[in-house]
Design a protein around this ligand. Structure first.
Ligand code: S3P
Length: 424
């Protein structure tokens, strides 16, 4: 599908956005290995989270999906069954990395594979630490999927994270529940902590003291109710659009504002953006609020260090906003962007160039001269949902319409993105 986005004279209104992708995945996975039912409301029914549901159904878990909720009838930690073929994670890095931590400890073997993008995403980052715990994971493709996991008895370890990655940390934490002894993870730069919050809510014992995370083995986990807040990574497209499209005023309701995820709000505020959190509350240990944003004159900033993992998925759309700021924005320490659904440094630079603006690629980020005029044109999503939605935001602020080819990949994380945009 192609989608054409016309320049907007102003975006106004209140919107709701779909559930948080990270939390939705975790609710299904942790619910599956917990005892009792986990009732999930606000679940993101995007392709990635549906891949997680599919994998756990194939591992013998009954999961009911209805209009208003998902109910996972948990099997407990030791009652998954061997699937009768390859488990397909589709496009989902979160699924393949987190599930590896669970499957490594089962008493059966599994094979995991996914789409062409998944087969280019590094898996040694989970194979290596899980191997130190006694896991036996084979890659026939030199550190990439497909992966064959031979279930083993695991032991605890102490591990220092070489990159800030919540997916890797979560795989280790899941394995640690099954391992003998206390597992210690040193996390020099914090990544999102939804796993720690939800596993503790389900009865695990995980503590974080100044970046040293200690996890005790669990006898059992117990399912519960999970209310998934809106995904701040999806909200970010509307924050950026609200800031750069003239005459805009948007309220985005019910957004997860866990401090490990709010780098994008901090960055936009530092640029002088009129953006605020209202109506702050908490649900299941996760902070939630509404986000109000108005058109603003933005100033360039330098983005580097510990804020990067707190907004890693939002950097593509941040780059679009930076094009409209005064001065030159520099993004550093963001090499992780190269190993996402696409190489987002390369794909964003390539597509924005087609709209007449220059973004300079660097080894670990990009340099974005502000005040450039976005022209209309045709861009390609690279089958990367966040590239497609970032290009749509560029289209709203451009001089003439922008057509996105292969635009339906937004279904990975935000199936009704174009409808919500239309509403504004
Ligand atoms: C995620 C962690 C991040 C993020 C991804 C979701 C998660 O990846 O980019 O979209 O749910 O744990 P990394 O762990 O690779 O940083």
């Amino acid at each position: 599908m192609n989608k054409t986005i016309s320049p907007s004279a102003g975006l106004k209104g209140r919107i709701k956005i779909p559930g948080d992708k990270s939390i939705s995945h975790r609710a299904v996975m942790f619910g599956s290995i917990a005892k009792g039912d986990t009732v999930i409301t606000g679940f993101l029914r995007g392709d990635d989270c549906m891949s997680t549901i599919d994998c756990f159904r194939r591992l013998g878990v009954d999961i009911d999906v209805t209009d208003d909720k998902v109910v996972v009838h948990g099997k407990g930690m030791r009652d998954l069954k061997a699937p009768d073929g390859i488990l397909d994670v589709g496009n989902s890095g979160t699924t393949i990395r987190l599930i590896s931590g669970i499957l490594a400890a089962q008493d059966f073997d599994t094979v995991l594979n996914g789409d062409a993008s998944i087969q280019k995403r590094p898996m040694n980052r989970v194979i290596k630490p899980l191997g130190l715990m006694g896991a036996d994971i084979e890659s026939t493709n030199d550190g990439y999927a497909p992966l064959t996991i031979h279930g083993k008895r695991l032991k605890a370890m102490e591990y220092t994270m070489p990159v800030a990655s919540a997916q890797v940390k979560s795989a280790i934490l899941l394995a640690s529940l099954f391992a003998e002894g206390d597992t210690i993870i040193n996390e020099p730069v914090a990544s999102r902590d939804h796993t720690e919050i939800m596993l503790n809510y389900f009865g695990a014992d995980i503590k974080n003291k100044d970046g040293v995370i200690t996890s005790k083995p669990a006898k059992e986990l117990y399912g519960g109710e999970i209310e998934v807040p809106g995904d701040i990574s999806s909200a970010a497209f509307f924050m950026a659009a609200g800031l750069i499209v003239p005459n805009s005023h948007i309220i985005i309701e019910n957004v997860g504002i866990n401090p490990t995820r709010t780098g994008i709000i901090d960055a936009f505020k530092a640029m002088g953006g009129d953006i605020s959190i209202i109506n702050e509350r908490s649900s299941g240990g996760e902070a939630v609020g509404d986000i109000e944003v108005r058109t603003s004159r933005l100033k360039a900033i330098t983005l580097e260090g510990s804020i990067i993992p707190r907004m890693i998925d939002e950097i593509p759309v941040f780059a679009v906003a930076a094009l409209c700021a005064e001065g030159t924005t520099v993004v550093k320490n963001a090499e992780e962007l190269k190993v996402k659904e696409s190489n987002r440094i390369a794909t964003m630079s390539e597509e924005l160039k087609k709209l007449g603006v220059a973004v300079e690629e660097t080894d670990d980020g990009m340099i974005i001269a502000g005040g450039q005029r976005l022209k209309g044109g045709e861009v390609y999503s690279h089958l990367d949902h966040r590239v497609a939605m970032s290009c749509a935001v560029a289209g709203l602020a451009a001089e003439s319409p922008v057509t996105i080819t292969d635009a339906d990949c937004v279904g990975i994380s935000f199936p009704d993105f174009y409808e919500v945009l239309e509403k504004l």
